[in-house]
Write a protein that binds this ligand. Structure first.
Ligand code: NAP
Length: 304
């Protein structure tokens, strides 16, 4: 399994399994299928309300696949709270107890990576980052980072004299490439982790209740015969999803494809036996449309 180094003693697998919008009662089965298919990184969050199902799937798969805890990499995320949405903001202390509660739901003693899910107010970002530093010191998180943070948000942590995050989980795919942010992250040894890699597919979050408000405006006329993803998929005899995921891996971004379909879970994991060539990569480079779509609805119950 290919990995990327996060800190002196932690490496993150390039292939991970996403669990946003998988309900708690379906999560154990999906996670067990994913681990059986070779995924070694599982991504969840307090805000996904599925940590107990995810943890059950992890423990079941460890037994059936004869894996030890150190064979797996588990990420969860602090839901920071947002006063603008009527939620109290987490403090340093409640950040620490939030991970303890996540660990209890997961049935694990530590996570490999703990992230602040999103930046809301400045004071709360700093307080919460202090909490993550404490959790790393206690060994409850082997690595710590952020998600959806801009360069300015990260610079604030440095300006406060604090160590920088080890990862920033952000929406990254050929339609949303964020070159300036990615350059900054790589220059500061902060691993960019790609989420929502499959946004350009016509099938992305089309299940009832899974839609994202801005998506329709972004869509290719998905089924066009000259859709470049389709052409590359034919050329390499893989799926369009594999093209999108392979693009991220060649850019150095760990990926987190989510599916509840066992056959998609398996093909999405098949990323290491073909390679995009320079012409493919430069064609994909031309497709950037700027900002992403995953955080578009503004509805806190749908916030990823
Ligand atoms: N930090 C954050 O703020 C944040 C935000 C968004 C996501 N994430 C993380 O990143 C993960 C992935 O992002 P995501 O869930 O937004 O989207 P994604 O993994 O890019 O795409 C998932 C969507 O694509 C469909 N799909 C999966 N494989 C497919 C295939 N081979 N062919 C066609 N369609 C396929 C899925 O449907 P089926 O399930 O029906 O297959 C689902 O609708 C999340 O689950 C979560 O863990 C984090």
């Amino acid at each position: 399994m290919k990995t990327r180094r996060l800190n002196t003693d932690t490496e993150i697998p390039m292939l991970g399994f996403g669990t946003y919008l998988i309900s708690n009662d379906k999560a154990a089965q999906a996670v067990a299928v994913a681990i059986g298919a070779g995924y070694r990184h599982i991504d969840t969050a307090e805000g996904y309300h599925n940590e107990s199902g995810v943890g059950l799937g992890i423990r079941q798969a460890m037994e059936s696949e004869r894996l030890s805890r150190s064979d797996l990499f588990v990420t969860t995320k602090l839901w920071p709270g947002n006063q603008a949405w009527g939620q109290p903001a987490k403090t340093t202390e409640t950040t620490v107890t939030s991970l303890e509660e996540s660990l209890a739901r997961l049935g694990l003693e530590y996570v490999d990576l703990y992230l602040i899910h999103a930046p809301f107010e400045r004071a709360q970002r700093l307080a919460q980052w202090h909490g993550l530093l404490e959790l790393k010191r206690q060994g409850k998180a082997r690595a710590i980072g952020v998600s959806n943070f801009s360069i300015q948000h990260i610079e604030e942590l440095g300006a406060a004299g604090l160590p920088l995050p080890e990862a920033n989980q952000i929406e990254l795919h050929p339609w949303s490439q964020k070159p300036e942010l990615v350059r900054y992250l790589n220059d500061h040894s902060i691993t960019p982790i790609a989420y929502s890699s499959l946004v350009p597919l016509s099938t992305w979050r089309t299940a009832p209740g899974h839609d994202s408000a801005k998506t329709d405006r972004m869509k290719w006329e998905g089924e066009q015969a000259n859709n470049p993803f389709k052409i590359m998929a034919q050329k390499h005899a893989v799926t369009e999803a594999q093209i999108l995921l392979r693009w991220a891996i060649q850019k150095g971004y760990p990926v987190l494809p989510k599916s509840t379909d066992p056959s998609r879970i398996r093909t999405n994991a098949n990323l290491f036996n073909f390679q995009l060539d320079d012409a493919d990569m430069s064609a994909l480079e031309q497709m950037d449309r700027g900002e992403g779509v995953a955080w578009s609805s503004g509805d806190p119950t749908l916030a990823p």
